[in-house]
Design a protein around this ligand. Sequence first.
Ligand SMILES: Nc1nc2c(ncn2[C@@H]2O[C@H](COP(=O)(O)OP(=O)(O)OP(=O)(O)O)[C@@H](O)[C@H]2O)c(=O)[nH]1
Ligand SMILES: [Zn+2]
Length: 292
Amino acid sequence: MTGKILKGIAGFYYVQAADGKLYECRAKGIFRNKNVKPLVGDDVDISVLDETELKGNIDKILPRKNALIRPSVANVDQALVLFSVTQPEPNLNLLDRFLVMMEVQEVPVNICFNKIDLTGDERQMELAAIYEKAGYPVYFTSTCEKQGIREIKDLVQGKTTVLAGPSGVGKSTLTNLLYPKAEMETGTISEKIQRGKHTTRHSELFGIGRDTYMMDTPGFSSMYIEDMECGCLKDYFPEFEAYEENCKFLGCVHIGEKVCGVKDAVSEGKISQNRYDNYRLLYQELKEKRRY
Ligand SMILES: Nc1nc2c(ncn2[C@@H]2O[C@H](COP(=O)(O)OP(=O)(O)OP(=O)(O)O)[C@@H](O)[C@H]2O)c(=O)[nH]1
Ligand SMILES: [Zn+2]
């Protein structure tokens, strides 16, 4: 029987089978024979050991489409990063960090700003301009007033989406609105897991519709980019590329160089100043890190 790992904790994997049942599985044999660790999001073959207790064993991990490190999850189609237009004010530096991390891992990102009931159109246009110029799809919602929800529903339908965003922007409200059933399924899983008495927050996928999964990402506020040469950072700001042919030097990092197509594009308003400023900050941060 095939299924999908929704959660892994203390050597147990919770596998949702095609019939919707959730099996508590071990992965005996897999580590020893293949030396691969099952990941949340993995599609797996299981054998049922106990049909009433819903216990099983994972026999095989089916080929992965991808495997992210942060968050640790396999077979992700896209990320949806949620901020609010206000309350709390969007921290665009944090957003740009997240975008870099997803670019590195080659995951397409969609950006959504929630709580549009609290601000005017002007703020929306400002935010849309910054990120649409960078090539990211931008959505606006009010989960309170149920605006823009249909578009998000269409976006996640049939896909596995990593949902990320700082505290208080409306992630839970959005998830519950998309699929009221998600709450119920949370209950089922945590009930089983409480027996293990583990309190740490783990990554968990929620089945919220046919072939549709979402994962809430823990630890979003402490996001930092690591293990990157500062000279490579520019490759993860996708909007720079079109202007790099106007840089004088091959490998221009678009900071101190005098003749630079990217800097020109910033002064002409073709690249957002805000994005470029965050690029400089992150560049500096990576450069300092390398000194130690
Ligand atoms: N004005 C307004 N408030 C909203 C909207 N969506 C959510 N809120 C409020 O914002 C607060 C936070 O919402 P949550 O859904 O709990 O946010 P969260 O992102 O899940 O927060 P964490 O659980 O801390 O990660 C709640 O008081 C919501 O009522 C919205 O569209 N407009
Ligand atoms: Zn340049």
